[in-house]
Design a protein around this ligand. Structure first.
Ligand code: 13P
Ligand code: SF4
Length: 352
């Protein structure tokens, strides 16, 4: 790569902006190369009337250049429902792109990699949900958006990490089935004062059949957030007594309890922006830490974790360019499944 070559004025402006924001932790040649990709992507976006929706976990260059909207899954679902663009390129994982297609079936929705899955979405099938509904007839089913369309289609209402408690509290029912994240469910149960069980096919009433319970969960986990432990927090607090710990609710209830704040990825970002903490530790995906540091250069964010989501990491600048150039990879959802899934996603959006 000849980094002495002169950049076009447009690429130079993007390069300069990136250098100021993320130059302290990103190699120069990477900024130089990606600034030129950003120019090509911006041109194709214009030609195709396309919009790029970037999740907060996107790598810093993608997040700070070609993403037209950035945010958590709730916000990006809302944008996907309202956009006037002809093409939506979802810079996130497959279930997010599928949700955009469910909400906006006449648009072309592209996911730039076929390998951007999610350990939570893989943890449950539509057949599993049907089994649970047969075990607990009449109990409403809340499903985290981190699931595939056929699972959403078996569901009464969806939720995200940003509105899970609100969604559960909106249901007029003594019991709720909450799928598939064991830890998010545990955190909702903790916050709402409910008791939860985790049934399996050989123990449909969980480990304690005599227990009175209000929530029925499932044993799916996020492969990133399950890695954080209470011991990590104790060790950090020993070295940095003033540290404020922010944990995503996909962390275990013990980790969330030992933290100072828990919320969706955007809630975590806002909490850092809006407060003056002596130092901050983020227990979430590490690219988001970089994006927060880029937007808050004056804040002391401890760089102690480097857990990257391998699925989010599939989406790079070159993949966005290829998506727009070659119309890849188009997301499709069978119409009968889409209509059922739409009802549960729209109920969630109405709650906010
Ligand atoms: P948010 O909805 O908080 O952005 O979380 C999505 C996700 O997949 C976190 O791992
Ligand atoms: Fe799924 Fe976890 Fe990656 Fe989020 S961070 S997309 S929940 S595997």
């Amino acid at each position: 790569m000849d980094t002495t070559k002169e950049l076009s004025p447009e690429a130079q402006a993007i390069y300069d902006g990136l250098k100021a924001k993320i130059g302290s932790f990103t190699p120069d040649f990477e900024l130089w190369y990606k600034a030129q990709l950003a120019v090509e992507i911006n041109q194709l976006k214009k030609e195709r009337n396309a919009v790029v929706l970037g999740h907060n976990y996107m790598e810093p260059v993608l997040f700070h250049t070609v993403s037209d909207y950035v945010g958590d899954s709730l916000y990006l679902s809302r944008v996907a429902a309202e956009t006037e663009a002809d093409v939506i390129v979802f810079a996130g994982v497959e279930f997010m792109a599928e949700t955009a297609k469910i909400l906006n079936p006449t648009k072309t929705v592209l996911i730039p990699s076929t390998k951007a899955g999610c350990s939570l979405a893989e943890a449950i099938t539509a057949e599993d949900v049907r089994w649970l509904k047969a075990q607990y007839p009449g109990v409403p089913v809340v499903t985290y958006v981190n699931t595939y369309a056929d699972v959403k289609a078996e569901t009464d209402i969806c939720c995200t990490s940003g509105n899970a408690v609100k969604v559960v509290e909106s249901l007029d029912s003594d019991q709720v089935i909450f799928l598939p994240d064991e830890f998010l469910a545990g955190n909702v149960a903790r916050e709402t004062g409910k008791t939860i069980i985790f049934p399996t096919k050989d123990k449909p009433d969980g480990d304690n059949p005599d227990l009175q319970y209000q929530m029925i969960g499932w044993q799916g986990r996020c492969m990133v957030h399950e890695q954080y432990t209470v011991e990590d927090i104790t060790a950090i607090r020993a070295d940095h007594p003033d540290v404020v710990v922010l944990a995503h609710p996909e962390c275990s209830p013990e980790v969330v309890e030992a933290s100072d704040f828990s919320g969706s990825t955007t809630a975590m970002m806002d909490h850092v922006r809006d407060n003056d903490f002596p130092s901050i530790l983020l227990l979430t995906e590490c690219s988001m830490g970089d994006n927060i540091i880029a937007n808050n250069p004056d804040k002391n964010v401890l760089r102690l974790c480097s857990v990257r989501c391998p699925h989010m990491n599939q989406i790079q600048m070159q993949d966005i360019l290829n998506a727009l150039k070659f119309n890849q990879y188009e997301v499709t959802v069978p119409e009968d499944i889409r209509l059922k899934a739409l009802a549960s996603v729209e109920r969630m959006i109405a709650i906010g």
